[in-house]
Ligand binder design. Structure first.
Ligand code: ADP
Length: 672
């Protein structure tokens, strides 16, 4: 490998910045990260050799500030800028500015980007180059009457698309000519506000459409190759959810037709670097060589490029760097082989049950599948445990990418990767992705872009909290599980008491409601949890990676992870979180203030272990309360002196005062 650059700047954040940095590091290239105020402690900043702050959190003040980014590159001596995807990656003005500053843009020329930037012009260009284009009107006229008559000519249903569109914005399907005017108006308004350009095109709405795209690569020496296709038909609101390569059911004949058309498209604009030609395919009768049409070209690296890397064994970022440095493409078309099947799933902090509302939160726990090590699963992420998903950026947590010898093997690998992924602290779409992977139609390869919407109800099944999760959370909260099991039979009988089982109080909180439980030990690995009117007997064994909880109707293997004010119970890719209230803090809050402990539940004061005037140490047992048929020990939350205490044998109501004492610090201060 010849020398490419000695230092590059990555004008992006999150997983794609980390992805680019990794390849650069492998190639011995120095890396400069840029970051907004919100990302000062982000993974990509930690990974890079150097990092430059480019402004406040909003993207318009930071990641879209071409001037700040170019200044950062010049200041740090970077020779080239990798734009990642999104942000400035397809902005020809940025490319011009980068070049003008004497730097290399790692991507195509500004002219190539411009040629493909507007859907109408790109389609006209492709038609000229002999690439099949969706039948439709891509002309200049924008009057309602003209567009409506073109729509009639094309034949309903039609699709109105913003020519400047992206991310599915400004796009409206129209089934009935009577709705055309209204849909046009709303597509235009959306396009105006999203892109500042309300011009549209009208095209045939393809029935049972599949989205199949071809990865292309060009260099500055006139060479263009393809790296096979990706199927991205699993979409929601025109956004890709799961991508795979190769496309299910594709034949050699269809592949040849599509890849030829893609190479032709790239050649038509002297394309250099990584690009994607997106085709829409009519799959009503399977894949046919004359039923696919050019939709658009993405003149950058795509989110889903790893599936191509998995089936070709190539590093597309390395190719980008080498091509940008002036090298020829590393391989010829004949040398690029396709091996096995790869699938990518986009794991997001979002709530499918609430219309996929983006979620925020701190990732208190984040663990990816163990098989990541052997290469069967690849995880592309820009976050670590402890990081926060902020409202400023795309809430992607990771891309899980798997490879298998065939599609069946890849599907199985993805299902296990998803169920082994553990996330606590934010809602995620992991259960939705798992349901998709298990979807019969998807598993059979019968995909189209409408699949998710059609079967949405079945795909967003509420995550059933596994039986035993709450019980495990209560046991965790009792503190009994944490005690080490030693060989000594007495310590093994954790908390066991001969006469009656000693109960540890636990309060689970749900909003303003609290529910009280008592946990007692009934021998080795055996516990009883009593609620208001039930008692559950459980056996809890410690297995190498999890707890195994068994009891009536319960057979749960799960991990417990501490989260602020509670615990997350993680099992099979789902996280159930429980808020734990400290019964004594609750008691204090309910009391008259100061150092008062009140009864967490109504009961009988069974025994009193201290008297007024005693100096007590934090954790020392003060009295035992019998409630809900169990004993609850009340111990001192901190050092202090007893001022008042309930009398033995008395009945107390919930929240009535049990003990009042003075805190050690205040005792000390009265001495002066
Ligand atoms: P954007 O640039 O906004 O993402 P695209 O032109 O790439 O828009 O289209 C996005 C998605 O919309 C496609 O992947 C496909 O699912 C759907 N789509 C686009 N054009 C058509 C069409 N003519 N008929 C049916 N569906 C379409």
């Amino acid at each position: 490998m010849t020398k490419t650059f000695s230092r590059i700047l990555i004008a992006n954040r999150g997983e794609i910045a980390c992805r680019v940095i990794r390849t650069a590091q492998r190639m011995g290239i120095g890396t400069v990260a840029v970051y907004s105020d919100a990302d000062a402690h982000a993974l990509h900043v930690a990974m890079a050799d150097e990092a430059v702050n480019i402004g406040p959190a909003p993207v318009t003040d930071s990641y879209l500030r071409a001037d700040h980014i170019i200044a950062a590159a010049l200041k740090t001596g970077a020779e080239a800028i990798h734009p990642g995807y999104g942000f400035l990656s397809e902005n020809p003005g940025f490319v011009d500015a980068v070049v003008k500053a004497g730097l290399v843009f790692i991507g195509p020329s500004a002219d190539s980007i411009r040629a493909m930037g507007l859907k109408d012009a790109a389609k006209r260009l492709m038609e000229k180059a002999g690439v099949p284009v969706v039948p439709g009107y891509h002309g200049e006229a924008q009057e309602l009457v003209v567009l409506a008559s073109k729509a009639r000519e094309i034949g309903y249903p039609v699709l109105i698309k913003a020519r400047a569109g992206g991310g599915g914005k400004g796009m409206r399907k129209v089934d009935d000519p009577n709705d055309f005017a209204e849909s046009l108006g709303s597509a235009r308004r959306e396009a105006k506000s999203a892109f500042g350009d309300d011009r549209v095109l009208v095209e045939k709405y393809i029935a049972k459409p599949r989205h199949i795209e071809v990865q292309v690569f060009g260099d500055n020496h006139g060479n263009v190759v393809h790296l096979y296709e990706r199927d991205c038909s699993l979409q929601r609101r025109h956004q890709k959810v799961i991508e795979e390569a190769p496309a299910p059911g594709i034949t050699a004949e269809v592949r040849a037709a599509m890849t030829n058309a893609a190479v032709k498209a790239a050649q038509a604009i002297n394309y250099s670097g990584a690009g994607t030609i997106e085709f829409i395919v009519d799959a009503t009768e399977g894949l046919k060589p004359d039923r696919f049409w050019f939709m658009e070209m993405n003149t950058r690296l795509q989110v889903e490029h790893p599936v191509t890397e998995m089936i070709t064994g190539l590093d597309l970022v390395e190719w980008q760097l080498r091509v940008a440095a002036g090298e020829k493409l590393p391989l010829t078309q004949k040398q690029i082989a396709l091996n096995g099947h790869a699938i990518e799933a986009r794991l997001y902090a979002e709530d499918p049950a609430k219309s996929f509302l983006p979620a925020t939160g701190t990732l208190h726990h984040l663990a990816f599948p163990a098989s990541v090590q052997d290469g069967a699963v690849r995880v592309e992420t820009g976050v670590r445990a402890g990081d926060t998903i902020s409202p400023f950026y795309d809430p992607m947590i990771a891309k899980l990418v798997v490879h298998g010898a065939d599609r069946t093997a890849a599907l199985a690998a993805m299902e296990s990767a998803l169920t082994q992924t553990e996330i606590a602290g934010t809602t995620t779409n992991a259960p939705f992705l798992t349901a998709l992977i298990r979807h019969e139609g998807f598993a059979a390869g019968d995909v189209d872009t409408g699949l998710i919407d059609r079967d949405l109800a079945g795909l967003i099944v509420p995550v059933a909290i596994e039986a035993g999760s709450k019980e495990l959370a209560i046991l965790y909260a009792s503190g009994l599980l944490k005690r080490p099991v030693l060989g000594d039979p007495w310590t093994a009988l954790r908390g066991y008491s001969h006469n009656s089982a000693l109960a540890y109080p636990v309060v689970l909180a749900n909003g303003n409601n609290t529910v009280r439980y008592g946990v007692s030990v009934h021998g080795d690995e055996r516990y009883a949890i009593s609620g208001a009117d039930t008692t559950t007997l459980l056996r809890v064994r410690h297995e190498p990676a999890c707890w195994h909880v068994t009891g009536k109707g319960i057979n749960l293997r799960a991990k417990t992870v501490a989260i602020p004010h509670g615990v997350a119970v993680l099992s099979r890719g789902a996280a159930a979180t429980f808020n734990i209230a400290d019964p004594f803090l609750l008691a204090e809050a309910a009391g008259s203030g100061g150092d008062r402990l009140t009864a967490p539940m109504p009961g009988l004061v069974k025994s009193v272990r201290v008297t007024v005037g005693d100096h007590v140490k934090k954790g020392q047992i003060l009295l035992v309360l019998e409630a809900m048929k169990m004993e609850h020990t009340i111990s001192a939350p901190h050092d202090g002196t007893i001022v008042e205490i309930a009398s033995e044998g008395s009945q107390v109501k919930e929240k009535s005062s049990l003990v009042r004492f003075e805190e050690a610090a205040s005792v000390d201060s009265t001495k002066n």
